[in-house]
Design a protein around this ligand. Structure first.
Ligand code: FES
Ligand code: FES
Length: 158
């Protein structure tokens, strides 16, 4: 793989990211080249969910995704504005339920749940949402409030 430029659209903004080494992970491209530090680095091995972003609407572990493997993709991170209604809705549910302590895991949870809502046309059952977020870890163990946020998403009017 050459160090060629990679075109990416991130939160609606087009980028041509230059001199990307073949092994570079999308997580690092977002954080260190584009300055989008909302996407968090946890395990770097696919085990914690802190780094989840949406790639063409699907929840994706950015620590296990090579930037060169997603040329032309539409990437959504936690920094996206209200134009992404699913992300906005999950963020609001987390805020309303106080579903964060240090907040480190929160972007990954939000993007994971928003990915399912994208797939389901913004409707999903409690069990589906909990299953989707089953790979996300919260080191503060704030799971009770996160489950309340999920229940709000499953029951609120859309
Ligand atoms: S940093 Fe990607 S799964 Fe943990
Ligand atoms: S709120 Fe601290 S890791 Fe989840």
């Amino acid at each position: 793989m050459t160090d060629a430029a990679v075109p990416l659209t991130v939160n609606g903004h087009a980028h041509s990211v230059r001199d990307v080494p073949g092994p570079e992970r999308l997580l690092d491209t977002l954080r260190w080249r584009l300055g989008l530090k909302g996407t968090k680095e946890g395990c770097r091995s696919g085990a914690c969910g802190a780094c989840v972003v949406l790639v063409d609407g699907r929840a994706t572990l950015s620590c296990l995704t090579l930037t060169h493997d997603v040329p032309g993709a539409q990437i959504t991170t936690i920094e996206v504005g209200p134009e992404d209604a699913a992300v906005a809705r999950v963020r609001a549910a987390f805020a309303q339920e106080g579903a964060l302590q240090c907040g480190y895991c929160t972007p990954g949870f939000v993007l994971t749940l928003a990915g399912l809502l994208h797939e389901r046309g913004r409707r999903a059952a409690r069990e589906e949402l909990l299953e989707a977020a089953g790979g996300n870890l919260c080191r503060c163990t704030g799971y009770a409030a996160i489950v309340r946020a999920v229940e709000r998403l499953a029951t609120e009017d859309r």
